[in-house]
Write a protein that binds this ligand. Structure first.
Ligand SMILES: NC(=O)c1ccc[n+]([C@@H]2O[C@H](COP(=O)([O-])OP(=O)(O)OC[C@H]3O[C@@H](n4cnc5c(N)ncnc54)[C@H](OP(=O)(O)O)[C@@H]3O)[C@@H](O)[C@H]2O)c1
Length: 231
């Protein structure tokens, strides 16, 4: 899909992969509706519009979608479900609130946003939904059971939805990144973000590439890792 003039909704735009993806989508000509709790501090672009949204709450997602349509019109061609977080720790003693926080954000938020945009994408018979899972959605990781469970859910949702909507001209692509140098690791004891990790801009470029493929060419799953993570 050619991104020029297309409306792309992107969740979690304040920093990290979301911010880099907003910049990449803008550079390729999209009109970006950034949904999040926090606006990016230094992103001033005539085609960037921030809409307040806590993806954990369906009412907040519905409001952000209504506000987006009011400002940018009905058409929406891209949704990037990026907002997410991880809390680490052994299962025994794991705080149930943290468990719910991860599922509410990483899984339920993705569902609410997807559910909101699908009718319009079906009407257009064109759209692309990008979900950010993780390597943690491909394999279990010690002391990350809850986070892995949410990212396996993202994978299952994405692969099922792809089969559900492909005949409506809608693509669903799921990304499985290994470590990316972002603030994600601020809350993960024992791992510090570092320059040997992948860069958010590289993830963003891959997202743009997946979106810009020809109509009848669909990239379903993308696993990505740093080549030399320990260097
Ligand atoms: N970094 C990695 O190594 C890595 C690897 C694989 C997958 N991922 C996934 O990539 C995605 C982005 O992570 P990141 O590395 O860029 O982390 P990050 O720098 O911590 O950014 C996370 C973004 O999500 C937003 N967010 C969190 N909860 C939200 C909510 N309830 N409503 C709206 N926005 C919310 C944050 O907004 P606030 O500023 O308001 O908190 C922030 O903009 C996540 O889904 C993460 O699981 C990351």
């Amino acid at each position: 899909m050619d991104l020029i003039g297309k409306v792309a909704i992107l969740t979690g735009v304040s920093k990290g992969i979301g911010l880099a993806t907003a910049e990449a989508l803008l550079a390729h000509g999209a009109i970006v509706a950034g949904w999040g709790r926090t606006a990016p501090k230094h992103l001033n672009h005539e085609r960037f519009h921030f809409f307040k949204c806590d993806v954990r709450k369906e009412a907040s997602v519905i409001k952000a979608y209504a506000d987006t349509r009011e400002k940018l019109g009905d058409e929406v061609h891209v949704l990037v479900n990026n907002a997410g977080l991880g809390v680490a720790g052994p299962v025994d003693g794991f705080d149930s609130e943290d468990w719910h926080l991860m599922f509410d954000t990483n899984v339920h938020g993705m569902f609410y946003c997807t559910k909101a945009v699908l009718p319009q994408m079906r009407e257009q018979q064109l759209g692309h939904i990008i979900n950010i899972s993780s390597i943690a959605g491909q394999q279990g990781i010690e002391k990350m059971a809850g986070y892995c469970a949410t990212k396996f859910a993202v994978k299952g949702f994405s692969q099922s939805l792809f089969k559900e909507v492909r005949n409506d001209g809608i693509k669903v692509t799921c990304l499985y990144p290994g470590s990316v140098q972002t603030n994600f690791f601020d809350e993960i004891p024992g791992t510090e973000a570092n320059a040997s990790m992948m860069q958010p801009e590289d993830i963003a470029a891959t997202i743009v590439h997946a979106i810009e493929t020809p109509f009848n060419f669909h990239i379903v799953d993308i696993e990505m890792r740093p080549l030399q993570p320990k260097k």
